[in-house]
Design a protein around this ligand. Structure first.
Ligand code: SAM
Ligand code: SF4
Length: 372
């Protein structure tokens, strides 16, 4: 039988029809896709994988996204907010262990207490690491002023998933109010790019109501937006969320997992020099999920360094790895598992996306300034 994937890869014509074909590929054709995405990744970023020590510093959130286990209306979550000391200790741990970078992530709040606390944490983290630790923020939609303040205080990457690039799908996943506006999220992404952040976005894969057309549209959206980094992974249901009533309509978890790998592989074909994260949700489905993603195109891993007692309350979805599970993220364990897929950690490096420096002349100046 003719291998259409081979033809698409040769022609590099990535229109919606061909993207859908790639996303639906199976067996030999899927393996052909994975071989090509692995080849491209290797050509552009070698076998290095960059660490972002993930600090989930608070699960308090003002929003009510229909898919998320820590949404405001879920009263069955024990809310927490790490003390500054605990956050700084986690950052110190990342620095001492040569992680190169951290991600500060939390629920979304926009009051001044929250935003100025982050500003001082950024400054403290820069101080304790002699400016050497790279910092990514993932704390939702904020004003231009706040994004600028954080950028000046030392954050240089920002992750804000668009979640679903089709506005009508987005609407079905969020309450219909000002706090959950698709246009605002888009405006925020534009602001982040304008200010000079290395800008990351992403989507969930296997959502209720989501079609292959939506997923192909997500890939084209992120490509056209010229993003520097992506974090996308399977949607995993959570019992205490409104979307649970559509559980029976979802693809089986294994299929969502495989589709997520295909999304990563296809996106690597579209954007060869960006950073692609192997999302934690992949690991919730398959213990080797992140490594499988690294094998076929991802080059960033976010080991969880949130103190164990809090980790279990950052419960976005079911089966999220718990603090009582084997410590899959211990340094030797992660390194050994990466070795199994022919990858090695880029210790002590920021591991910035080459794309950012190609995209902006300003980026080049920034690189020199930040690495001094
Ligand atoms: N609050 C910030 C925001 O929403 O941008 C950052 C933290 S939020 C918990 C990080 C990501 O978790 C979201 O962008 C969303 O894609 C993901 N997430 C939430 N619920 C999920 C679920 N049920 N399955 C998979 N991913 C989920
Ligand atoms: Fe809050 Fe982010 Fe969860 Fe939405 S996805 S409810 S903003 S933590």
């Amino acid at each position: 039988m003719k291998n259409k994937v081979k033809d698409i890869l040769k022609s590099r014509k990535f229109d919606v029809e061909n993207l859908i074909y790639l996303l639906k590929s199976e067996g030999d054709e899927m393996n052909e896709l994975f071989r090509e995405s692995a080849r491209i990744k290797h050509q552009y970023s070698g076998n290095r994988v960059y660490y972002r020590g993930l600090i989930e510093f608070s699960n308090i959130c003002d929003k009510n996204c229909f898919y998320c286990g820590i949404r405001r209306a879920n009263k069955n979550v024990e809310r927490y907010n790490l003390a500054d000391r605990e956050i700084l200790d986690a950052a110190q741990y990342a620095f001492d262990n040569n992680y190169g970078s951290i991600v500060l992530q939390s629920g979304e709040l926009s009051n001044v207490r929250f935003t100025s606390r982050i500003t001082s944490l950024l400054k403290e983290i820069k101080k304790l690491s002699d400016k050497k630790l790279g910092i990514t923020l993932s704390v939702g939609e904020q004003t231009e002023e706040v994004y600028r303040e954080w950028y000046e205080a030392g954050a240089h990457r920002y992750l804000l998933r668009i979640e679903a690039s089709n506005p009508s799908l987005y609407k079905r996943l969020h309450p219909d109010d000002e706090l959950h506006s698709y246009n605002n999220r888009l405006d925020c992404l534009n602001l982040l790019q304008k200010i000079g952040y290395q800008t990351g976005t992403g989507v969930m894969i296997g959502l209720p109501f989501q079609t292959y057309e939506d997923l192909a549209g997500d890939l084209l959206f992120m490509h056209d937006f010229d993003i520097d980094m992506v974090g996308m992974g399977p949607y995993i249901e959570h019992a205490n969320t409104p979307l649970i009533k559509y559980q029976s309509e979802l693809l089986p978890l294994e299929a969502r997992f495989e589709l997520s790998l295909k999304m990563i592989a296809v996106f690597r074909l579209l954007m060869k020099d960006i950073n692609i994260a192997a999302s934690t949700a992949l690991q919730a489905i398959d213990p080797m999920g992140r490594e499988k993603a690294v094998k076929i195109g991802a080059n960033v891993i976010m080991p969880n360094i949130t103190p164990g007692i809090y980790r279990d309350s950052y419960n976005l979805y079911e089966n999220k790895p718990l603090s009582t599970d084997a410590n899959d993220d211990c340094i030797e364990c992660l390194e050994a598992r990466l070795k199994m897929v022919g990858a090695e950690p880029g210790y002590g490096e920021w591991g910035d996306a080459q794309h950012y420096y190609r995209r902006t002349a300003k980026g080049k100046r920034q690189k020199t300034k930040l690495k001094r």
